[in-house]
Design a binder for this molecule. Sequence first.
Ligand code: HEC
Ligand code: HEC
Ligand code: HEC
Ligand code: HEC
Ligand code: HEC
Length: 194
Amino acid sequence: MRIPGKLLFLAGMLAALGVGWVGFPLAIYKSRPQPVDFSHKVHAEKAGSSCEDCHAFRADGTFSGIPTLDKCAGCHAAPMGATVVEKKFIEQYVTPNREPQWASYARQPENVYFSHITHVKAAQLKCEQCHGDQKSNDKPRLYQEDRISGYSRDIWGRPSSRVPLRTEGGMTMGDCVACHRERGLEHSCLDCHK
Ligand code: HEC
Ligand code: HEC
Ligand code: HEC
Ligand code: HEC
Ligand code: HEC
């Protein structure tokens, strides 16, 4: 049987696209797991913690971001439960007083200015609107970093594929501008860039 040239070309092209679709992200992003399998769900449900208990605004209005070990050590000096994850966390970090090196999915390039207090307090936006649902997150997902720029995939990599891998907004310049436009806000380049 003779396969028409056009069909062969099409098949070849689809195969190449497939390889690129899967292979390209593997080649440009390096992945690493978070240091501890921290569960937002467990802390919301069993410890009854609110987001602000760990992600507080300081007196001067700056945002504290990811909490440091001293926040955890108050409760975890001794085990609160019987899980292996907690035992490992205490042995590797709490007892030796070693700070976990958390990777931040949302961290922006140095030249971007972003303020939590204006978005959370003045604009009354919910954390989920930008970060997605954390309360039911039982384990941090793999952190992926662009090998060349060193940026998190969340702010750079997602839009190039246009695959809706996450349901929430995303953290690219396009996402910032889209929400601002929706609300009739226009910003100059220098409002967001230093
Ligand atoms: C208000 C007290 C409190 C604070 C503060 C706290 N935890 Fe916990 N943590 C708990 C409780 C309660 C559990 C559930 C224990 C159980 O029943 O297994 C838990 C469970 C855990 C576990 C076990 C894993 C799991 O999914 O069950 C890990 C790991 C952990 N915490 C890490 C941390 C880290 C890291 C911090 C600081 C960022 C922290 N905790 C802050 C109360 C706290
Ligand atoms: C017991 C402390 C604790 C509480 C309570 C807590 N968090 Fe976290 N949060 C952490 C730690 C530790 C990390 C870093 C590990 C990770 O990404 O899961 C983190 C990471 C995050 C991140 C990822 C930021 C980034 O880009 O890397 C977001 C968003 C977040 N928390 C939102 C929330 C929200 C919303 C709530 C309330 C529903 C909440 N957190 C409650 C400790 C806490
Ligand atoms: C308008 C969008 C938006 C909202 C609303 C928002 N965030 Fe963020 N968040 C961001 C951006 C953008 C960054 C990266 C900031 C940077 O790198 O300067 C970030 C970073 C973070 C980080 C990581 C900080 C670090 O050390 O890198 C945490 C934790 C976090 N946000 C938690 C929260 C919590 C908790 C709330 C709700 C109280 C919240 N965010 C509301 C956009 C948002
Ligand atoms: C509402 C905020 C906002 C405004 C306004 C804005 N930017 Fe951005 N820009 C961002 C964010 C956030 C990033 C990082 C994420 C990304 O690359 O999508 C970025 C990234 C960039 C980058 C890539 C930077 C890098 O490190 O690789 C360039 C170039 C840029 N912006 C230029 C501009 C110019 C020129 C304007 C004015 C026409 C502008 N931006 C207006 C938020 C903004
Ligand atoms: C879900 C909607 C939303 C998203 C996403 C969003 N913003 Fe905003 N932003 C607002 C609103 C609303 C205001 C007006 C706040 C006020 O009342 O002053 C604002 C104000 C600002 C301002 C001016 C006030 C200030 O803080 O100096 C800057 C700069 C800004 N945003 C940067 C960003 C950047 C950078 C991003 C993306 C990383 C972003 N925003 C994403 C809604 C959003």
